[in-house]
Design a protein around this ligand. Structure first.
Ligand SMILES: Nc1ncnc2c1ncn2[C@@H]1O[C@H](COP(=O)(O)OP(=O)(O)OP(=O)(O)O)[C@@H](O)[C@H]1O
Ligand SMILES: [Mg+2]
Length: 256
């Protein structure tokens, strides 16, 4: 690294200037921004012309999602926490997914593969026109994607909005069908927490754990997803059943 960059990194590390701006409590900040993550962030900021990190949109168990600005436009940076991302929890979504079978996976790099996996899955969804954030880049434990929301606020989860849920249900069903039959993916964490409502559409988010359809546990994940979708939309008065939705998403079995 050239000397001027090294000193810029050092000053970023020392001052944590951007952290004052985003008003993250000290404990969370220390957990998220360990030295390795700060270095990765610094590299990504340079590579992708990120002007500054704005504020945390969400701070969860395994990741913190920030709004940031790149060339004056809002973007999102998802930071997978190195401190709490549990190997055993995510391993089962990587092992068995043939797309990652050639990767050398160990404790030190699994989180990087996780970021790459979410990036790859988002790309695939976009390819088939499913509403989701546009993936922009991944670097180590960071994922950069487009921001879903307005100037005023990030898009809310569908559990927190009042809309015509029948319309949204139909959309979600169509997108689940496309996702399974064309993108050949199973979300594996589908629920009202991972669907954002924006400009009349339900956006799929949180694609890290999504697996290829021929993952050995894909059926189990799909059935769990379908159960969650039916549970949520039924609670909103939409008439739907588990059997009917599962059949629709799976589509016709191939001819013998
Ligand atoms: N591109 C985006 N634009 C706007 N908001 C987003 C975007 N991506 C994520 N979010 C917000 O951040 C929240 C957390 O993101 P996500 O679901 O991807 O992380 P997560 O893996 O569930 O994190 P954890 O389970 O550790 O909380 C989402 O529920 C959503 O509110
Ligand atoms: Mg989530």
């Amino acid at each position: 690294m050239p000397e001027n960059e090294l000193s810029a990194l050092e000053s970023l590390l020392k001052s944590r200037e951007f952290l004052y701006h985003i008003n993250l409590d000290r404990k969370t900040a220390d957990l998220v921004f360990d030295g390795r993550t700060l270095k990765a962030l610094y590299e990504l900021m340079g590579r992708k012309s990120i002007d500054y990190i704005d504020f945390p949109i969400s701070s969860g168990k395994e990741s913190v999602v920030f709004k940031a600005f790149s060339k004056g436009k809002p973007v999102v940076i998802k930071v997978y926490k190195l401190s709490t991302l549990r190997f055993a929890n995510i391993w089962k979504y990587i092992e068995g997914d043939y797309r990652f079978s050639r990767e050398r996976i160990d404790r030190s790099n699994i989180v990087n593969i996780w970021a790459k996996k979410e990036f790859t899955n988002l790309k695939l969804l976009k390819k088939y026109g499913i509403p989701c954030p546009q993936p922009i880049a991944f670097h180590k434990n960071l994922l950069m994607m487009s921001y879903v929301g307005t100037k005023i606020a990030p898009a809310p989860m569908i559990k927190n909005v009042k809309v015509d849920f029948k319309v949204i249900y139909d959309q979600v069903v169509e997108n689940l069908e496309t996702m399974y039959q064309k993108a050949k993916l199973v979300h594996a964490d589908m629920s009202e927490y991972n669907l954002l409502y924006h400009r009349g559409k339900a956006y799929f988010v949180d694609l890290g754990q999504a697996v290829a359809r021929d993952h050995p546990a894909a059926d189990y994940f799909l059935e769990r997803d379908i159960r969650n979708v039916v549970r949520f939309f039924s609670s909103k008065g939409v008439k739907c059943t588990y059997e009917e939705l599962l059949e629709r998403v799976r589509g016709k079995p191939p001819a013998e």
